[in-house]
Design a protein around this ligand. Structure first.
Ligand code: 3H9
Length: 678
């Protein structure tokens, strides 16, 4: 059966797409839409048309898997022009997510009706693109440039209610009566002149008040820094006000094609599929029976434990949080409430939602209260002996069949699991700080972790809004393991003559939000310091001894002013110089290229070792970890995809030039002219 069918209801022709899973607009669907419109126009009995989708969603966009392949059938732009040109009114009936090309289909229809749960958006920018089927020209003509800008340039979907408020949706209809309501609505439009989006006039706001574009750039500077597509989106929306519709479409196509040919779009499309691939666990049936997780226990109400708990509370899963001292427990619960209230103040939560979340939190001073939890996550002090003690106790208290997880960022999960009588129910859930904000969750698969336990954790990660990747057991897992060689090189280079701020700046220019020395200042230079100012063995000891503990005391590697702006410190430079002299390190100027290569190439090398040892399932999982947990710039596709774009041969040559080791897998792939991804 064709993916697009038509049904005639008296004088209304309903065109129905059924192309699971998300009704992507592949060649067959585009052809089906054109055929449907032709049928409607050639049948005299038909007076109006409805376009809707079966399955879980209205069209979720162009079929991304077709990108880069030769175009088959009508292109989406052509198909939509045919649709809009129809002399008979065409109504889009929207449920699920009308995204990208799907939102453009809706825009090309003369009217749009939606169910309350529907969402609409133009997320192309997240794939390194802008809409390419006239969305940038039709949308501003319907809702105005100001309302179109965030949709096109930031790309987050909006609710049906918001779409209705800005004029993108004409009517909200019953959640369960979309098909019938669409036919009735279409009938009401018979005889009226079709409302064509390309003829809308709302785009004049951008001409009357052109400052909206610069204001938008400034307001969103942090979000769009380094990305090419957002600026192209702004230019396209601007063109929608300044140019005729036909010229605007030409401009959009030009911008779209240029982006599509660039590496950023390739990198971001790689990431789209990487994130989804990371959910799949080799050798485990995705339909395996899961362990129901109705309540979660957290051990430790510190920054980490509290943050972890918030993820579950926000998802409506009751949490019991245990601390040994009342003072620490009260403090932890207070921080959770304050965090929620701050979110509410910023308008991202209602007061009711704050209360709802807090009402399912049970603070406790007793391990015994964790007995009935389905999952217990330990977030106590990072020390093997402490963890072993905690797991022995948990194993004796928590009911059989419950999962015991450690939030360790470094320690051996198998060793921890071995102290329990249920090693198959033990795994690592490595959250990143702040745990309620950071997207990444590293799921650490122990040697004995059972398949259903692992898959339960994976599914749960989605429920709490995390992006998860599975790591094997090795020191530092995927993320921190790759951070080590970068830090090592950074430390070596400042002893060889590179200025520490140059090292930070190289990473900033590459697209990281901060460099290693800024990171150290933010985390606290004194973390793990022995607190003896007389004992100076490392650079860190020396900085701590003179009170340079980091941003919290306004001085660490940098001096900080009240606005937290950093300036390099002469005192630190002096301390580094003394260390270098003591170590007899010859000083030289180190170029930016060398700094970049020595920071990043060893990470790629470590990534290769991680793959070689089977600690990551696939190279793209490593990309997912580094993009979501450590700020690796998304537009480069992550360390392994980036390495592919640099060329593995070049990386091997670079590593050798700097006297650094080359992993076997990297060398083999480089010799064969291969890639990590694909
Ligand atoms: C565009 O439209 C360009 C046009 O302007 C111009 C053209 C000229 N294509 O995410 P899920 C697959 S650009 C192909 O797990 P959910 C996905 O890989 C496009 N495949 O489900 C996965 O496959 P698998 C603009 C797609 O319920 C499966 O569907 N649109 C596409 O969590 C399920 O996906 C977008 O960027 C696609 N477009 O979320 C929207 N979309 O099972 C992209 C999904 O093998 N899509 N797949 O791993 C989404 O944001 C989410 O998929 C959606 C559902 C919210 C729809």
């Amino acid at each position: 059966m064709s993916v697009v069918t038509t049904q005639k209801h008296d004088n209304i022709l309903v065109i129905v797409s059924n192309n699971p899973p998300v009704n992507a607009l592949g060649a067959a669907v585009r052809q089906g839409l054109v055929d449907g419109i032709d049928e409607a126009l050639s049948n005299e009995e038909v007076e109006a048309v409805v376009i809707r989708c079966d399955g879980r969603t209205f069209f979720a966009g162009a079929d991304i898997t077709e990108f880069g392949k030769p175009m088959k059938g009508p292109d989406l732009g052509e198909a939509l022009d045919r649709l809009e040109a129809s002399s008979k009114p065409v109504v889009a009936a929207i449920h699920g997510t009308a995204l990208g090309g799907g939102c453009e289909v809706a825009l090309a229809c003369h009217y749009r009706i939606a169910v309350p749960s529907a969402k609409m958006g133009l997320p192309e920018v997240k794939l390194g693109l802008i809409p390419g089927a006239a969305g940038t020209q039709r949308l501003p003509r319907v809702v105005g440039a100001k309302a179109a800008l965030p949709m096109i340039v930031i790309g987050n979907p909006i609710s049906a209610a918001k779409a209705h408020a800005i004029g993108l949706v004409d009517k909200i209809v019953g959640e369960d009566s979309l098909a019938d309501d669409a036919i009735a609505f279409a009938r009401e439009q018979i005889g009226k002149a079709p409302a064509r989006s390309s003829e809308g006039t709302e785009n004049e706001d951008g001409v009357k008040n052109p400052s909206i574009f610069d204001e938008f750039r400034q307001k969103n500077n942090r979000k769009i820094r380094g990305f090419e597509a957002p600026e192209a989106g702004i230019q396209a929306v601007k063109a929608a006000g300044e140019l005729s519709y036909a010229d605007g479409v030409k401009k959009e196509r030009e911008l779209f094609r240029k982006l599509m040919a660039g590496t950023q779009a390739a990198a971001m499309q790689h990431y789209f599929f990487a994130e989804r691939a990371a959910n799949k666990i080799d050798g485990i049936d995705p339909k395996i029976d899961l362990i129901p997780i109705k309540t979660v226990g957290i051990l430790g109400a510190g920054t980490m434990g509290g943050g972890i708990g918030m993820n579950f509370l926000s998802a409506g899963i009751p949490v019991t949080i245990v601390e040994l001292k009342k003072e620490a427990l009260d403090r932890g619960v207070g921080v959770i409430r304050r965090n929620y209230e701050n979110t509410a103040k910023r308008g991202r939560m209602t007061e009711q939602q704050v209360e709802d979340a807090m009402s399912i939190l049970t603070p406790s001073l007793s391990y015994e209260d964790l007995a009935d939890c389905d999952l217990v996550i330990e977030a106590v002090f990072e020390n093997m002996d402490v963890k072993k003690e905690v797991f022995t106790k948990l194993d004796s208290i928590v009911k059989q069949g419950a999962i015991l997880a450690s939030n360790t960022s470094y320690l051996n999960i198998d060793e921890i699991a071995a102290v329990t009588k249920r090693p198959e129910y033990v795994l690592g859930l490595h959250f990143f700080s702040p745990a309620n904000v950071m997207k990444l969750l590293e799921i650490v698969r122990g040697e004995k972790t059972a398949d259903d336990v692992l898959m339960t954790a994976m599914k749960l990660s989605k429920k709490i809004g995390k992006v998860a990747a599975v790591s094997g057991v090795c020191p530092g897992f995927i993320g921190n393991r790759m951070l080590s060689p970068r830090q090592e090189q950074a430390n070596l280079m400042i002893m060889e003559g590179a200025n520490y701020w140059e090292i930070d700046d190289v990473l900033l220019e590459f697209g990281f939000p901060m460099g290693p020395f800024q990171m150290s200042d933010l985390a606290g230079v004194d973390i793990g310091w022995h607190r003896d100012p007389e004992r100076i063995e490392t650079l860190r000891d020396a900085l701590c001894a003179v009170g340079r503990w980091g941003q919290k005391v306004s001085k660490g590697f940098y001096d900080y002013d009240q606005a937290r702006q950093r300036t390099p410190s002469d005192e630190v430079k002096q301390i580094i110089a003394e260390f270098a002299a003591k170590a007899g390190k010859e000083q030289r100027t180190i170029s930016k290229d060398e700094i970049r290569e020595r920071l990043l190439y060893p990470m790629v090398n470590e990534g290769a070792k991680i793959l070689e040892e089977g600690m990551a399932q696939r190279a793209s999982d490593i990309d997912v970890v580094w993009i979501n947990g450590y700020g690796w710039p998304l537009y480069t596709g992550g360390p392994m995809f980036w390495a592919d774009t640099v060329g593995l041969e070049k990386i091997v040559v670079g590593l050798k030039k700097h006297g650094l080791p080359v992993a076997k897998l990297l060398k083999t792939k480089a010799d064969a002219g291969g890639k990590f991804n694909g």
